[in-house]
Design a protein around this ligand. Structure first.
Ligand SMILES: Nc1ncnc2c1ncn2[C@@H]1O[C@H](COP(=O)(O)OP(=O)(O)OP(=O)(O)O)[C@@H](O)[C@H]1O
Length: 263
C-alpha cells in the first residue's frame, strides 16, 4: 500500500507541478474540485521552432516521420533536462505543443521573488540557455533549427483542467501577450515586453529596443530583444524605477530599425 502511494505520488509529480500534486494528494481533497489560483507576477515564455514543420516529412526512408519526431523529442527532452538545474528551480514547464515549448516562473510563493526578481532572471537565463542548446543540437545533428522566443510578465490564473488526464495550465492576458511576443518575434531572437525590459535592464541584462510593433488584439507595443546574460550577481536587491505597475522606466529610444514580424 505504501509502495503504491509512493508510486502514485511520483507519477502525479511528473504530471503536475509539485505544489499542485501535493494539493491533490492531500486526503481531504476531492478529485473533482477545480484547482485554481491567482498568481500575480508570473514570467511566461513561449519558445517555438517555426522551421521544424519544414523538416517534418513522412517518407518510407524516415519511418513515416518517426525519425523527425525523434529529433523533436530529443530537443524537448534537452529543454526539460535543463530545468533540473538548481538555477532554474524558479521555472516550471507548462507544456510543449508541437514544436512550441511553454514555461513559466514565479508560480508559487517560494518561486516568486519580489525582492531580487530572481524568477525573472531565471526565466531570461533559461531562454538564453535553450537557444544555446538548440544550437548544440544543430551542430551534432547537422540541422539548422531556429528558435523564436517571447517572454512577458504579469498576473495569471493557474489551474488544473480534467480529472482523468489532468493538465496544469495558465491563462490570462499576460499569457496571451507572451504568446504574441513569440509569434511576432524574429528567428534567433528573444522578444520581451516593456515590463520585462524594466526588470531585466535594472538587473544588468543587455537589451535592444525593437521599436513599436503591431500586436493583434493589443495595438501597438514597444518591445525589446534580450541579447545575452547579465554580468551582475543576481542576488542583490533590484530597484526597478518608474511609475508603471512594475517599474515604468521610460522606453529606450529605438536603436534598431523595426523588422517585419515573422510567422
Ligand atoms: N495556456 C495557453 N497555452 C497555449 N497558448 C495560449 C495559452 N493562453 C493563450 N495562448 C495563446 O495566446 C495567443 C493569443 O491569445 P488571444 O486570446 O489574444 O488571441 P486569439 O484571438 O484567441 O488567438 P489567435 O489570434 O491566435 O487565434 C493565442 O494564439 C493563444 O493560443
Amino acid at each position: 500500500m505504501e509502495h503504491l502511494q509512493a508510486y502514485n505520488r511520483k507519477l502525479l509529480a511528473n504530471i503536475l507541478p509539485v505544489h499542485v500534486a501535493e494539493h491533490f494528494l492531500a486526503s481531504d481533497k476531492h478529485a473533482d474540485e477545480l484547482y485554481h489560483e491567482q498568481c500575480e507576477f508570473v514570467c511566461v515564455m513561449f519558445a517555438s521552432i517555426p522551421n521544424f514543420s519544414e523538416f517534418y516529412v513522412e517518407l518510407e526512408g524516415n519511418n513515416e516521420g518517426v525519425e523527425c519526431l525523434r529529433v523533436l523529442n530529443e530537443i524537448i527532452a534537452d529543454f526539460d533536462e535543463l530545468l533540473e538545474e538548481e538555477r532554474f528551480r524558479y521555472v516550471e514547464k507548462i507544456k510543449s505543443t508541437g514544436a512550441t515549448y511553454m514555461a513559466a516562473s514565479g508560480l508559487t510563493r517560494s518561486t516568486c521573488d519580489m525582492k531580487n526578481y530572481r524568477h525573472v532572471s531565471a526565466m531570461a537565463d533559461y531562454a538564453l540557455r535553450i537557444r544555446e542548446q538548440l544550437n548544440e543540437v544543430n551542430e551534432h545533428s547537422f540541422n539548422n533549427f531556429k528558435i523564436r522566443i517571447g517572454i512577458n510578465i504579469g498576473p495569471v490564473v493557474a489551474g488544473v483542467i480534467g480529472a482523468r488526464k489532468p493538465q496544469y495550465d495558465i491563462w490570462g492576458n499576460a499569457v496571451n501577450v507572451a504568446s504574441r511576443m513569440d509569434s511576432t518575434g524574429i528567428l534567433d531572437h528573444i522578444q520581451v515586453t516593456q515590463e520585462m525590459y524594466q526588470i531585466l535592464h535594472a538587473k544588468g541584462y543587455p537589451l535592444t529596443c525593437r521599436g513599436s510593433i503591431k500586436v493583434k488584439g493589443k495595438g501597438e507595443m514597444v518591445t525589446y530583444f534580450l541579447n545575452g546574460y547579465s554580468t551582475r550577481p543576481q542576488n542583490t536587491p533590484t530597484s526597478v524605477s518608474g511609475d508603471s505597475s512594475i517599474g515604468g522606466a521610460t522606453p529606450a529610444t529605438p536603436t534598431t530599425p523595426v523588422p517585419a514580424p515573422t510567422s
